[in-house]
Design a protein around this ligand. Structure first.
Ligand code: 5GP
Length: 202
């Protein structure tokens, strides 16, 4: 399979998706899709690295031009996956990781059935709660809001192709599991038509 794989990784707060994906992104064959968003940057976030931070007007313009693969509105802000960058990465043979929420994942699958959708979860809801509280960085209100969102998000599990659990201190293992999923998917006969023809030609 010459083309890269479109890999969607969704995970609620506390799933550790950023840490897990960081392991994969150390590899040359994985690229992170930098989304466009209208939300304000958080401390430490860099424009063009974590997100493309743009205005609502610009976001709407880009949407109208068809520049986004998918988009969503989440907590009052727009988020979208830029199309041009995604197409370039996939054409180069590298795998593109989209760290997006459940609605976006659903829309990606509808538009690109060949995409692989992975749901990353903490081992259980109670562990997730412990993780969020353990961070000690958020208000009780924010924690409750995120937990409520997570309860909702997990009900969309059937939209996904794979489930990966991120056990405490085992983020490298979760990343390896994702890598194996990607490798198996790319080796699938259904994604490799004309095996005999290509083989005999070489
Ligand atoms: P945050 O504001 O915490 O960075 O992101 C909020 C949620 O939006 C997270 O679940 C994140 O994965 C998701 N998200 C980030 N970029 C995109 C995007 O381009 N499209 C969609 N559908 N969701 C996104």
């Amino acid at each position: 399979m010459k083309k890269g794989l479109l890999v969607v990784v969704s995970g609620p707060a506390g799933s550790g998706k950023g840490t897990v994906d960081a392991h994969l992104l150390k590899r040359d064959d994985f690229v992170y899709s930098v989304s466009a968003t209208t939300r304000a940057p958080r401390p430490g976030e860099v424009d063009g690295v974590h997100y493309h931070f743009i205005s609502v007007e610009e976001f709407k313009e880009r949407l109208e031009r068809g520049d986004m693969i998918e988009y969503t509105q989440y907590c009052g802000n727009f988020y979208g996956t830029p199309k041009k960058e995604a197409e370039e990465v996939l054409a180069s043979g590298r795998n593109l990781i989209l760290e997006i929420e459940v609605e976006g994942a659903h829309n990606v699958k509808a538009k690109y059935p060949e995409a692989v959708l992975i749901l990353l979860l903490p081992p259980s809801y109670s562990v997730q709660e412990q993780r969020l509280r353990g961070r000690g960085t958020e208000t009780e209100e924010k924690i409750l809001e995120r937990l409520a969102a997570a309860r909702q998000e997990v009900t969309f599990a059937n939209d996904y192709d794979y489930i990966v659990y991120n056990y405490d201190g085992k983020d490298a293992d979760a990343a390896e599991e994702i890598l194996h999923i990607v490798m198996a998917e790319k080796a699938a006969i259904s994604r490799n038509p004309n095996v005999a023809e290509l083989y005999l030609k070489g």
